[in-house]
Design a protein around this ligand. Structure first.
Ligand code: ZN
Ligand code: ZN
Ligand code: ZN
Ligand code: ZN
Ligand code: ZN
Length: 352
């Protein structure tokens, strides 16, 4: 209770203090406000003054720059005809560099290396005529045109004749430059010879021909110039066939007929019998061994012959030469009933 009383006393004391403070503050504010207002007024005036000053300065600077009274120059380099100059204010300094001339040549006139300006005309080539070994040439730039003229030799002497296998050589002096010239002479053509048979055609029968081969050679050097298969004409084939037919004695073929079967043979003999068949085939009996007299023929062979169309008939007692293929033997029965065996020939060619 006593404590509460004490607190109450304190609180009333605080209230009193607060009221006094408020009073003091009130008094002070009145004086300060007046002073503060005066200060503000002064500051405003000062600020306005500064603003006017700064603005004026800027304006002045802009004016000076704009009229180029003041310029931070930006220099453009000098050219052949213009000195260095400021791209802002146009002020110049130093001098133009002047053209840097390059002398004219055959194709280009005098020109400035810096600005490309040209003056006058190109010189054009200074041609020197072609010589034996050099073409037409410009003495200035060495450009050439066409070909060398080549040496001119009117009198040649042959130091080595050309053959069909080797070039020759001829020499002479150039009438223009006097040089000694040696020149090859082209090979001459081969000398064509006649056809030579290198492989004979094979003629097993007049119409069964296997071609051979043949060549044409150079008669000088022997080189083969042309080659071709060799197919004989019908006439040649027949001659070859006939030449290939061997002459046999009756004795040989009658004794060992099978040994000679298939071989080409030639016989001359006298026809003793002709049997004409229905077609063009004839069968002959021919005596092929001649005796001491013209009429005396002996040793009979059997001949089968397919006569070519339009042939004249073969008659008994004709003396014929026949070419054909040995065919072993043939047997037949005689009118008297005996078996007769004769050497047989299939004739290909019969001459009578
Ligand atoms: Zn400038
Ligand atoms: Zn120039
Ligand atoms: Zn030239
Ligand atoms: Zn010459
Ligand atoms: Zn030759």
């Amino acid at each position: 209770m006593e404590k509460l009383e004490a607190v109450k006393d304190d609180s009333s004391e605080v209230d009193a203090l607060t009221a006094r403070l408020d009073q003091l503050e009130q008094n002070a504010s009145d004086d300060d406000r007046a002073a503060l207002a005066a200060d503000e007024e002064r500051t405003k005036k000062l600020t306005r003054g500064i603003a006017i000053g700064v603005g004026g300065a800027i304006l002045l600077a802009v004016l000076l720059f704009a009229t180029h009274v003041i310029c931070f120059h930006s220099w453009a380099v000098a050219t052949c005809t213009e000195p260095e100059h400021c791209v802002i204010c146009g002020q110049t300094r130093g001098e133009a560099t002047g053209h840097k001339w390059v002398e004219p040549n055959c194709l280009t006139p005098k020109r400035c290396l810096n600005c490309g300006l040209r003056e006058g005309e190109a010189l054009g080539h200074d041609w020197q005529e072609a010589t034996c070994t050099e073409p037409k040439t410009c003495t200035r730039c060495e450009k050439t045109d066409g070909k060398p003229a080549g040496h001119e030799v009117t009198d040649w002497s042959v130091s080595k004749e050309a053959t069909c296998t080797e070039e020759g050589v001829r020499t002479g002096k150039c009438t223009r430059c006097g040089e000694s010239i040696e020149e090859p002479i082209e090979k001459v053509a081969h000398t064509e010879g006649e056809w030579e048979v290198t492989k004979e055609p094979e003629v097993s029968l007049p119409d069964a021909v296997t071609p051979g081969s043949r060549v044409k050679k150079c008669t000088v050097c022997g080189e083969v110039l042309e080659s071709s298969p060799f197919t004989p004409s019908a006439e040649e084939a027949l001659a070859i066939y006939k030449a290939g037919c061997q002459s046999y004695s009756y004795e040989e073929i009658a004794r060992n007929p099978d040994e000679y079967r298939g071989k080409s043979a030639v016989f001359t003999g006298k026809v003793i019998q002709v049997i004409e068949g229905s077609g063009s085939e004839v069968q002959l009996r021919v005596n092929v061994t001649r005796g001491d007299y013209d009429w005396d023929w002996d040793d009979t062979i059997y001949v089968s012959y397919e006569m070519p169309a339009g042939s004249a008939r073969i008659l008994e007692d004709d003396v014929i030469t026949l070419y054909g293929t040995l065919y072993g033997t043939i047997s037949y029965e005689s009118v008297l009933g005996a078996t007769i065996t004769l050497p047989a020939v299939i004739a290909e060619v019969v001459e009578y």
